[in-house]
Each structure stands twice: as C-alpha cells, then as structure tokens.
Design a protein around this ligand. Structure first.
Ligand code: KG4
Ligand code: ZN
Length: 349
C-alpha cells in the first residue's frame, strides 16, 4: 500500500440476515483517510424470516448464496467500476451466524484468489464502530456506544487506531431486549423498529427498572428489564386488562425509556470519566429516535459533538465494513494473497 494513494475497496457483509456489498474509494495518508462511498447495496431477508419470528441460520445462508453475486454485481455497476480496477476486497469475518458468515468469507476469498486481489478481514463490530467515521470528523478521546442485536458496547477510542471496550452488557444486548419485548407483545419481526414505532404514541408511565444504572462500572444488563415487562404483562392479564394498541404503546414507551435512560446515563458517565471530546452512536438500535434525541441532548448540554449514522448506515450494511477496512489499511495492515483467515462467529472487538 502506498501512502497518499487513492484506493478502491469492495466490501461484503453477510454476518446475519442482510446480503450487502459496497464500493468506497479512499485517499490514504494524511491525518485521516478521505473516504467517498461510490455505492452501497443491501438486500434484506426480513420477509424470509418474518414468518418464523426470527432469523433461521440455515435459511439465511441459502438466501446469501442466492443473493451474493447479484448484490456484488449491482454494487459494482452503481459505482461504475470493473472488478479489475479494485485495489482491495474486504469482508466481515465475524462475529455473527456461522452459516451466514461462511458464505461471505468463502465467496470473497475465492474472488480474491481469482482476481489476485488482497482481502481485508473486518470485525463486524469494528464496522459499526467506524460507521460514522466515513462522513464525520471525530475528536479523540472519542466515546462510542455500539447497540446492535447481538452487542451493547461502550468503546473508548484514544485514536482512530487505538480503542478498548470499557463497558458491555452482562446478558442480553439492547437490540435483543427490544426484539424479545416485541415478541411478548405479539408484534411482528423485526421487533425493534415496531416497538419504537408504537412507543411514539405511548406514555412512559410504567416504572420499569433501570438495571445497573448505579453500578460503579460501565457494564449494562437488559435481561431483567425484559423479565419485568413479562411480569407486567402477566399482571395485566391477571387483572383482565386487554392488550389494546394503546396499552401496548404505553408498555413500549416505558420500556424504551428505561433502555434509553441506562444507555445514555452510562455513556455520559463514561464520557466524563475518560474526558471524551466527541461521542458516536452506532449499531441497529442507533436507528431509535428516542435514544438519538436523548444522547444528542446530553451532548449538546456538554458542547460535545455527537455523531449518529444515517438510517441506512445504522443497521447492517457493507459501507461500514468498507470504512473499517480503509481504517485498517491506513493503520498499516497488509493483507496477503491468498487470504489465510477464516470466518469466526465469536470474534470480539
Ligand atoms: O446492527 P444490526 O442491524 O444487526 C446486528 O449486528 O445485530 O442490529 C439489529 C438490531 C435488532 O435487534 C433490531 O430490532 C434493532 O437493531 N433495531 C432497533 C431499531 N431498529 C433496529 N431497535 C430499536 N429501535 C429501532 N428503531
Ligand atoms: Zn450489526
């Protein structure tokens, strides 16, 4: 890799239930890479999994196999670029569902071998971490709150290359809790967006617990909150209260407020403890309006820039994988041909 050179990267993401490909060009060298998104294509499998109420790994992998070639071809066509003109390929290595990951990883490694292009393996969580970096200028130390379906992490970035996890969930992830509460309320899959949509018309009048709010560390917990929602619903049923849309809306608003309270307060406490100079929110749950509003309001009060990815960048996509790959290359990572890495469903940040 030559510093100061503009490189073109094709990234592929298949860690869960979205088949995604993106092309970015980036100028390496300088204080931070100058990244331009040339195309980003996401094919969702939501309809396929909706009737099962969750992602079926085997079905997800088959759908990735069917979609990966057309999705990659579309990303290249939209970017007006040929395979031969690519400098690097990138792919999500993990964490995620192994049948899904294998499709993207083996496809990309094979493509790399056929085209004689190096492949950059990318941690899916690094993808979320760097998702606001393609378009925003962050300040260090930087505090990142990653809230997805599988992870809830507070990450302190000392520079664009050095980061460490300072807090994480001890049980369920925030997105998982949204999805489970949606199921308790018989809302359609995927649950998070449904809960947040209903919450808009509800009142946060049920005093759900704020788990670990006052614990000294930056860890979080959401399993107890989900159980509190279950007990509340059982209490309503015992009193023969009907689960009307209005009753459900109040439960959703109260649950959302409890999750938001804990996430925002823990994030701000970490900001203060580590002297963060900017904040970002990423991962699927970052699409949640209430969470965005509350975090932004706290940041405005402290005159801290707060970055939230646009909706298409908060849920799984390949643009964030390409951005993370560019930062990895800018940090001196040298991928080899042929690639010697494997999919890793348990990869940590
Ligand atoms: O990052 P993501 O697309 O996939 C993972 O890496 O897990 O996150 C998906 C999660 C799901 O749990 C989904 O319910 C949640 O993000 N989610 C939301 C919203 N949109 C997506 N949760 C709350 N409010 C939303 N608006
Ligand atoms: Zn994700």
């Amino acid at each position: 890799m030559v510093k100061g050179k503009t490189v073109t990267v094709l990234a592929i993401e298949t860690s869960c239930d979205e088949t995604a490909a993106a092309v970015v060009s980036a100028r390496l060298g300088g204080a931070r890479p100058n990244i331009k998104t040339e195309s980003s294509v996401v094919r969702s499998q939501v309809k396929l999994h909706a009737r099962f109420g969750g992602v079926v790994p085997e079905a997800a992998a088959r759908a990735h196999v069917a979609s990966i070639v057309p999705v990659v071809e579309r990303a290249l066509r939209k970017a007006k670029i040929e395979f031969a003109a690519l400098d690097y390929l990138a792919v999500t290595q993990g964490p995620g569902l192994i049948p899904s990951l294998l499709v993207g990883v083996e496809f990309t490694k094979t493509l790399g071998l056929a085209l004689n292009k190096p492949v950059v393996p990318v941690n899916h969580l690094a993808g979320h971490l760097y998702s606001p970096f393609g378009r925003a200028n962050v300040f260090f130390p930087h505090l990142s709150l990653i809230v997805s379906g599988g992870h809830t992490l507070l990450v302190l970035m000392e520079s664009s290359r050095r980061y460490r996890v300072v807090g994480s969930t001890v049980d369920d992830a925030a997105g998982e809790a949204f999805d489970k509460v949606a199921r308790l309320l018989s809302l359609p899959y995927p649950g998070g967006p449904e809960v947040s949509k209903l919450a808009l018309s509800g009142r946060a009048n049920v005093p759900f617990p704020r788990p670990m709010l006052h614990s000294k560390n930056f860890d979080l917990s959401f399993a107890g909150l989900k159980t509190a929602v279950l007990y509340h619903l059982q209490g309503l049923a015992a009193r023969k209260v009907k689960l009307t849309p209005a009753v459900k809306a109040d439960v959703c608003a109260s649950f959302e407020e409890a999750v938001t309270d804990v996430l925002v307060q823990k994030a701000i406490r970490a900001v203060e403890r580590f002297g963060a100079r900017s904040v970002s929110l990423s991962g699927g749950v970052s699409a949640n309006r209430r969470l965005q509003e509350r975090l932004k309001a706290e940041c405005v009060r402290r005159k801290l820039p707060c970055f939230v990815p646009s909706p298409e960048l908060s849920t799984d996509n390949a643009e964030m994988i390409a951005v993370a790959a560019v930062y990895k290359l800018a940090g001196g990572y040298r991928p080899k041909v042929p690639s010697a890495f494997s999919a890793d469903p348990n990869l940590t940040l």
